[in-house]
Design a protein around this ligand. Structure first.
Ligand code: ZN
Ligand code: FE
Ligand code: FE
Ligand code: ZN
Length: 263
């Protein structure tokens, strides 16, 4: 059975259900291991979709409460960290603030104040050529991988969320990031949340997955659940896609160390 390591909590202001609710939902669906990865706090007021630094102890506490309420479920503590150039120091600080099982690296911001998956900025896809936005995104994603700050990276081609994709073969966009995954030994996730967005496709695309397998990059499968009903959502499809690409193993994390398990 897979683990689902990318679960949010209400502290990010756009998710529902306590960690204990997620654990109950996971157990009901046959999962025996899950992990939380809510959006990281920033050192100063930043945006409206993450916990504040004062709320970090409450986050850790809520995960501990879920562990106590559901001892039959292994519950890991993680964090989904925005990779933002200039804030590397802050990720290093955060890394020492709790007993993390893993830190996930994400790219939502492709320029200051522009979180590319935020519907608020959807108009930017009309103001700029899609190819230009994609180039910005993939440059940031490669830098996120190369930073060496994260145990794995999230939703590789998030930039397609609203369905904007340049015409033609997209593989050239993936090349730098896939090479970085291989060079740095950084795993990535299949994130099933894309199926629930306008693009109606998991992150990453099949072609990315094939290239990543070829390059030897390890894989995880996660739901990015923002409500208990979404825990483990579409894992059957993700497993099928992973196997099609050649993958037979995924990873478990504890104390920021990974170990392989069969898919
Ligand atoms: Zn979120
Ligand atoms: Fe994310
Ligand atoms: Fe997430
Ligand atoms: Zn995410």
């Amino acid at each position: 059975m897979n683990a689902d390591y990318h679960l949010h909590t209400p502290l990010c202001r756009h998710a529902t259900g306590t960690p204990s609710d997620y654990a109950a939902a996971a157990l009901a669906r046959g999962f025996t291991e899950i992990g939380f990865a809510d959006h990281n706090p920033m050192p100063e007021p930043f945006d409206d979709w993450r916990m504040t630094i004062d709320e970090l102890p409450r986050y850790v506490q809520s995960v501990e409460e879920a562990r106590r309420a559901h001892p039959e479920c292994v519950i890991r503590l993680g964090l989904e960290c925005d990779f933002i150039p200039g804030y590397e120091w802050w990720i290093e600080k955060l890394a020492a603030m709790a007993e993390w099982d893993y830190l996930i690296g994400s790219v939502h911001y492709i320029a200051p104040g522009w979180d590319v998956d935020n519907p608020r900025w959807i108009g930017k896809f009309r103001e700029h050529p899609v190819a230009e936005i994609w180039a910005l995104y993939w440059k940031a994603y490669e830098a996120c991988i190369r930073s060496g700050l994260f145990d794995f990276v999230a939703h590789p081609d998030l930039v397609k969320k609203f369905g904007h994709r340049p015409a033609g073969d997209l593989r050239p966009y993936y090349e730098g990031s896939v090479a970085a995954l291989a060079a740095k030994g950084v795993p990535f996730e299949i994130n099933t949340a894309g199926l629930r967005k306008d693009v109606r496709e998991m992150y990453p695309a099949k072609e990315f997955l094939a290239m990543a397998f070829e390059a030897g990059a390890p894989l995880l499968i996660n739901s990015d659940a923002h409500s208990p009903e979404e825990v483990g959502r579409d894992f059957d499809k993700a497993v099928a896609l992973a196997r099609e690409a050649g993958y037979r193993r995924t990873l478990r994390f504890q104390g920021r160390r990974s170990s392989p398990v069969p898919i």
